[in-house]
Design a protein around this ligand. Sequence first.
Ligand code: F6P
Length: 451
Amino acid sequence: MLRFDFSFMFEPNVKGGITEEEFEECKPLVAKAVDAVVKSRPGFVKVILDRSHMDAIEDINQWVLSFNNLVVIGIGGSSLGAVALVNALTPPDWNYLSKQERKGYLRIFFLENVDPDQTAAVLDEIDPRETLFAVISKSGSTAECLAHYQIVRGLLQIRGLKPSNHIVFITDPKKGFLRKIASEEKILALEIPPDLGGRFSVLSPVGLLPASAIGVDVKALIDGARDAYVKCSDLKVEANPAAMIALCHYLHKKKGRTITVMMPYSNRLYSLADWFRQLWAESLGKKYSLSGEVVNEGLTPVKALGVVDQHSQLQLYMEGPDDKTITFIEVEKFDRDVLIPSIHTEEEISYLGGKKLADLLKSELIGTERSLAANGRPSMRVIFPTINAYDIGQFFMYYEFATALMGQLLNINPYDQPGVELGKQITYSLMGRKNYEHIQFPEPVKRVVID
Ligand SMILES: O=P(O)(O)OC[C@H]1O[C@](O)(CO)[C@@H](O)[C@@H]1O
């Protein structure tokens, strides 16, 4: 079970932390928000309670496992959750293992960014004859996804391979371009429920298909999320991790701490911070309140990697502006550990001999946490006893629910993202899409341009 420690969010552990009075005063507000979110039955809750998504994955499991590679085509919420799952639950050298070593599961690649060097390198790695392409887009209209879809489809056609034998779509049940092509060409298409936004969709087929292709225990993942949801629904704030996450960030925001740093002390869990970054940023960064006033709300998520970023960011976190809270992610027991041998006897190195790398990592986490606390900089810890599917499922649910609670507390809609539209429209216009010719984007007055 995932555990949480909020001690260093509070006085007296951190000077300038949350006081007892502030905590007591805020609890009813947060409990009310919990009640409201539970009653609203958001899409990210419904999806884990609906068995049909897991069934859809099971139904195609044999077909999926007949391939050697899975290429996931998607961006933002249509890829970040799957990337986080893959990085957390497979060893770093997964794609270099033999099929036997992978127990028959698939190598996995992602086409997210439209960086030609990256895309070309992925395509060089795979043989289309033994590859399944999962084209994932809630809207079915995202330019990056549709560009990659056409590239891989072109590749299949050049090789004389039938697209419907190598492509699966994951998209809205009714709307969008991918759905249209799916029904016209009988391409298999799994569903993203209409009320489930991309950044909340990791526990739908969006994350479940890639997870099952690499052998993740999908049932454990969903069980973890379901059990976490039970705790998320608890109106007793101290017993509810999502409520505590929301309460702490809400109260620290009031104290001017508007930056949320997520810092896993684990390379395998680093991509969880990427997933969280989109969730927190797109959900909470809003111009208008629910009543239509301009509020320009939001908390800025930042990712950092322990211990690497101690040697890059920590100076700023310690002595720079007091505008951050830090969330440490700790792993209690790694799958593997490495012994540091005792080679030298000199005092400056001998203390390391005979210790394990995990001991050093843990000591550095504590050192960072305590030094920040001593300097009045608040933090919290999320503790993974081990890295496994069940706890990853829990993590997703706790943070999705906490994000929905923050939406309530900040009085904004956490489920839309109107701010990304204008950029998309300008791109369409620049790329010559019909009906977007009229989009205006005035050239800037030239000031300093160095050629
Ligand atoms: O799944 P889609 O519709 O392709 O969208 C991808 C991403 O693009 C966004 O709409 C932002 O541009 C995200 O909210 C979403 O996760």
